[in-house]
Ligand binder design. Structure first.
Ligand code: ADP
Ligand code: MG
Length: 340
């Protein structure tokens, strides 16, 4: 069967089945935002993510600085999704011979700035030629905020029936930013900046993730492939379903104003928001909301609840209580008609 027929996640499942079962120090293997293992009474975390030219970015509207920033940001977001602290990164770049060396330097300035801002150091990598397009890949290592066994971390498999479904920040801003870039739509720069920054220079929710894990939130992930698709993954791994109230989605007023007809679609399916999606009891959510406010962290919005089933399904509820089944899942690299 071809990769396009199996799909990105079917392929990962297939590959994972043929690998040896990880040894006992591995707490989390394939399937979550990052891998986790215990070593010398410490909990280590590692994740890797790659950006490919004309799949994840287009050089005609992405600066080299932004590309460097985003490559590290998306990896840090996976560490945030676990509730971990990042510390080191390895970076691999694929370049063509005729590229300007200064551009690579600019990309590294973006990487260095975000790394420094979030306490990460680039300690190595690899440089290869890639005649058909630029790619940049990072692997980030980190650790849990405590040495407990089990450590306080957020996993995709821990959503429980009755939990509130919550997100940090705004949804759909990145998809709106991408749309502006593709259309080359000119807006007031202050208005556009909100959406462009969300798409080109996302901020990983590291402090938020650490605070959530420390306050006892056990179920969480980051939203990289779209809210619905990512929530479906969390539900599947937790053996539950979820209901989302469409009216509760936190959509930035700029997104609503510029894309009134499409903003809900962007929030549900857009992807690349790099906000955190988590599930916890009402009491835990109320306490974490207060803690977030006191510490000046991103806002938390309750968008729905975890239900018994159907397992892996996300139901969308309109204001008048009508149920809509999610029209599609999240971004799949090998699905037909993918736009990126
Ligand atoms: P995320 O969107 O959080 O980066 P992915 O959807 O990329 O997560 O990956 C889901 C899970 O599958 C992760 O645990 C990741 O490590 C694993 N994975 C992805 N591709 C491969 C691969 N080629 N081989 C082994 N594991 C993989
Ligand atoms: Mg992730």
């Amino acid at each position: 069967m071809r990769v396009g027929q199996v799909g990105e996640f079917g392929l990962i499942d297939m590959l994972a089945k043929n690998l040896a079962t990880p040894p006992s120090p591995v707490i989390v293997g394939i399937g979550d935002d990052a891998a986790v293992w215990r070593w010398s009474r410490k909990t280590s975390i590692a994740t890797t993510d790659t950006l490919v030219e004309n799949v994840h970015f287009r050089l005609y509207f992405t600066t080299w600085y932004d590309l460097g920033w985003k490559c590290i940001a998306v990896n840090l977001s996976d560490i945030a999704a676990m509730g971990g602290i990042p510390n080191y990164a390895l970076v691999t770049i694929g370049l063509s011979r005729d590229m300007e060396a200064e551009s690579v330097g600019e990309m590294y300035r973006g990487m260095a700035d975000i790394s420094q801002q979030f306490g990460t150091t680039i300690i190595g990598g690899d440089t290869v030629s890639s005649p058909l397009g630029v790619f940049v890949s990072a692997t980030v290592f980190g650790e849990a905020t405590d040495d407990d066994e089990p450590p306080k971390l957020m996993l995709r498999s821990k959503a429980r029936v009755g939990d509130r479904v919550c997100v940090t920040g705004f949804l759909g801003s990145s998809a709106a930013g991408l749309e502006l870039l593709m259309r080359e739509q000119k807006l007031d720069p202050h208005i556009a900046a909100v959406l462009l920054q969300a798409h080109l220079r996302p901020i990983p929710r590291l402090r938020e993730g650490q605070e959530l894990a420390a306050s006892g939130v056990e179920a969480g992930m980051d939203i990289s492939d779209g809210l619905v698709g990512d929530l479906q993954k969390m539900c599947k791994l937790s053996g539950v379903g979820a209901r989302i109230l469409l009216d509760s989605l936190p959509i930035h007023e700029v997104t609503r104003r510029v894309f009134p007809a499409r903003c809900v679609d962007f929030a549900l399916y857009g992807g690349e928001d790099y906000e955190l999606l988590f599930c916890a009891s009402n009491d835990v959510v109320a306490a974490t909301r207060r803690a977030f406010e006191a510490k000046g962290l991103a806002p938390i919005t309750i968008i729905g609840e975890v239900v018994a089933g159907p397992v892996g399904e996300v139901t969308l509820l309109t204001e008048d209580g009508a149920e809509l089944k999610a029209s599609r899942g999240g971004y799949d690299h090998f699905a037909e008609g993918t736009r990126r």
